[in-house]
Ligand binder design. Sequence first.
Ligand SMILES: C[S@@+](CC[C@H](N)C(=O)[O-])C[C@H]1O[C@@H](n2cnc3c(N)ncnc32)[C@H](O)[C@@H]1O
Length: 262
Amino acid sequence: MGQKRYFLRDFTEVLQQVEGEIDTVVDLFGGSGLLSHTAKRVLPGCRVVYNDFDRYIDRLAAVDTTNEILGVIKQRLTDLEANKRLSEQERADVLAIVEDYTRRGYVDIMTIGRNVLFSGKWVTSFEELTKHTMYNRVRPGLYEAAGYLDGLEVEHMDYRELFERERGNSRALFVLDPPYLTTECGMYQNYWRLTDYLDVLRLLDGTKWVYFTSDKSQIVELCKWLGDNFGESAPMYGATVRQRTNTLNYQAQFNDMMITRL
Ligand SMILES: C[S@@+](CC[C@H](N)C(=O)[O-])C[C@H]1O[C@@H](n2cnc3c(N)ncnc32)[C@H](O)[C@@H]1O
């Protein structure tokens, strides 16, 4: 989700910078848990709260089944070159394999989708999977999740509720990576509105935080304008911005940003 892994070095530096000053990291929009996982590795003595709003833990728990399903699919597609489009028969067989597992229990359809759909496409249900053209993108090797969540406190709640619970701790660092306003990941489209973004800004007052966004969202531009016109009372006033250029293709690029006030 997003390109958080490109920020891991910067994020690590920030954590090292606040070592000793904080005792808790609260990852309010945990997603895949990558930032929580990193925080626990860098600051093992800190409490790290991973807010798993999407129940990513279910997908982690299903890793063995996911590997098994992909193994069966790979077997079925042995004669097909990597990245080639599946024939109607191959596609029907892949769907039959997945459907069979779906009947028996939970299937991490999103991960299965990533292995048989065009790059960037994703699905959240078997129904959706049946509507797409398929490609042999089954990755070699197995997914591994052992130990990934070790030491994390896992919650599944609205970020506001978790913030209310933790805000009284002046030694907490809040990690804010809300869904992007415009995003290449179709999943969040039309689901976070401007007001939702502005609501998140209210969390920045009087707390230590790391905020992730991109210049596509224009939130930073807004905060800069507010800072220029209203000074210290503006959210993000005096914050440090780190930026990375993200190239989607030769025409489209935007800047991912990590903003901190510690
Ligand atoms: C940009 S992603 C976070 C990615 C994450 N940092 C990672 O490394 O994978 C934003 C996440 O916020 C979640 N989310 C959406 N609405 C939320 C809410 N009201 N409270 C908490 N999380 C929410 C989304 O489901 C999504 O997982």
